[in-house]
Design a protein around this ligand. Structure first.
Ligand code: NAP
Length: 257
């Protein structure tokens, strides 16, 4: 049983849908005050309302994580609504398919700008508040795709997700003296609106490749985030937790057993 983190202020980027929404809900259920961030304000507001209707504390804020000014305003809003920032979940990310040869520079830069630069900008904006607490937590949602595996058509995405881990290690080192930990979760295939958009063929192929026999749930990721945000995880920094239902284990299809 982890010590309570009730009352802590959490910023979750990309929290109007999918994994981020699940993280926001689970932290709110633990009594945290959550800022739901996404580009579309109505979606963010809907997600915040769902939390409030269940008795939680959440506010919505519209920001594109690739826009430095908007992300700085996001940090200001978290302080205004919730009195500071204890935990940042840098989750916002996109994964549009584009094969080499067809991918444009703008496709490449768009994905890098949201997934990698957006992570840096979110950390940068929240940093003064995270340091102020003396026990700030940064949790980056990376992926197995890029750091460990790859998917055809997602070279820009894989580069961004691997890049997040290089950033995480240097950031963990720099921020250790301020008591701020920086860790990442590497999800496998998680059932979200974004993954639904990849189509039924993708989902059935992926399910067949997962030893635990199902796509992950957003709660599977949220519970790992909860642990990394806990007081009990205070001595863990610069690390990654893979949450993939065993997807990385088999050497081949035959090895699935
Ligand atoms: P999703 O269902 O498509 O939701 C993405 C969320 O991010 C939405 O709330 C979206 O809201 C927001 N968002 C997108 N671009 C943004 C931007 N530039 N600024 C602010 N918010 C932005 O995605 P997901 O599947 O939950 O994925 C979330 C994260 O998990 C991503 O970083 C992804 O790489 C990672 N991940 C997912 C899986 C998986 O299987 N689902 C596996 C590995 C890693 P708006 O559109 O309103 O901005």
């Amino acid at each position: 049983m982890l010590k309570s983190i009730a009352g802590r202020s959490v910023v979750v980027t990309g929290a109007s849908k999918g994994i981020g929404k699940g993280i926001a809900r689970v932290f709110a259920e633990k009594g945290c005050k959550v800022l739901i961030v996404g580009r579309n304000y109505d979606d963010a507001q809907r997600a915040a309302l769902e939390i409030c209707e269940r008795g939680g504390t959440a506010m919505a804020f519209a920001a594109d994580v690739s826009d430095q000014r908007a992300v700085r305003e996001m940090a200001v809003a978290a302080c205004k609504y919730h009195g500071g920032i204890d935990i940042l979940c840098a989750n916002a990310g996109v994964y549009p398919m584009a094969r080499l040869g067809e991918m444009t520079l703008s496709d490449w830069e768009g994905v890098l700008r949201t997934n990698l630069t957006g992570t840096y900008l979110s950390v940068d904006a929240c940093l003064p508040e995270l340091k102020r607490t003396g026990r700030g937590r940064i949790i980056i949602i990376s992926s197995i795709s890029g750091p460990v595996t790859a998917i055809s058509g997602l070279s820009h995405y894989c580069a961004s997700k691997a890049g997040q881990l290089g950033f995480l290690r240097a950031a963990a080192l720099e921020l250790a003296s301020a008591g701020v930990t920086v860790n990442a979760i590497l999800p496998g295939n998680i059932a979200t609106e974004g993954v639904d958009g990849l189509g039924p063929e993708y989902i059935s192929q992926m399910t067949a490749a997962i030893p635990l026999g199902r796509l992950g749930s957003v709660e599977d990721i949220a519970h790992a985030a909860l642990f990394l945000a806990s007081d009990e995880a205070a001595y863990i920094t610069g690390q990654t937790i893979t949450v993939d239902g065993g997807q990385l284990l088999p050497e081949s299809k035959m090895a699935m057993g």
